[in-house]
Design a protein around this ligand. Sequence first.
Ligand code: ADP
Length: 402
Amino acid sequence: MKILVLNSGSSSVKYQLLNMDRQIVLASGLVERIGEATGSIRHKRFPGTDRNQTFVEEMPIQDHATGLARVIALITAEQTGVISHVSEINGIGHRIVHGGESFSAPTLVNKDVIAGIKAQIPLAPLHNPGGLAGIETTLRLLPGVPNVAVFDTAFHQTMPPEAYRYAIPKDLYTELKIRRYGFHGTSHFYVAKKCAQILGNPFARTSCITVHLGNGCSMAAVKNGQCIDTSMGLTPLAGLVMGTRSGDVDPALHAFLADNRKLSIREIDAILNKHSGLKGMCGHNDMRDIHARITEGDADAELALRVFCRRVTQYMGQYLAILDGTDAVCFTAGIGENDPEVRRRCCATLSSVGVRLDEERNAAAARGQITEISTPDSPVKIFILPTNEELEIANQTMEVLA
Ligand code: ADP
């Protein structure tokens, strides 16, 4: 079985073609700057192997259809390709950011599903149109190949109302569906399942806190295999401090900035999404740069890191409290997997509540490896569990097709 996984944004498409029988990535790549004067495609065949080759093309890419047509040509051409004909692709898994309350599981795409994804556009105006463009394009370019929509929000749909409802007038929920949805669900689900595997427990009897720290950051509380709370909200702005996103702030901030800086709601939204977080505090959104600045004595970088880690610790406390017993804390994504100092700071004050980090194991953890980093006597285990959203999307696509 070969599954093509597409993550289509407003002006970009990330793709992977996976051979599911051998659990390997045959090809991967990124189409960028769709709709701009010059776009680019970075295509890799056999990534992560000694046969790895990268091909870069620059040219105008009018729309998603143009970009994806070129990707399909790259995947099938003799020089750059990994299959000889598109008929070898058994299914296509699309990452769709927002499924609203309509989708709580991966779903085979048909007309109704497309309408359902469209209906969520008000909740994800920047994200769902890209995903839809991806689906509409593959329906046209690869007729006969089944498409499956995998939703970033789906895993969190098991949250109880006391977790997802905001304390705002009820009609804002009933009429506009304003509530907590949560994102990164595919990653949280994948990592929580891995955690169960490593513990040797059935997923339905595994409880853990998953900590996804990448460009975007979020956490989830998983009780007996079901998400019961997560840090992102109506939008992916809520919760943890991120590269350029503020995470939680006083909800009166919008009114305050509108009054005192005469900013429009759109401008304030841009400040909180694009110019805040680590970048807003110290000018850098990449954690590696922040460590470099701290080494040079930069006080803003040090404070940004403190705010970032403290927020994670605070959410950890919240989730330990509502889980009422948990098996493990699982760190994942770019920062979670690779940054021992962040993990150390996040766990530094959690020893008394049963989360005891083994500093040596933490510091020695090899990149990209599943590693236990708690002390042998820690009541709650701590793991580094590399996430793999593309593999999870491909797995879910296979399950739907089966
Ligand atoms: P995305 O959310 O885009 O999938 P990733 O999960 O790849 O992002 O995480 C990207 C972030 O991971 C980068 O911004 C960087 O801060 C961080 N990162 C990557 N490698 C390291 C490292 N070795 N040490 C610390 N942080 C790292």
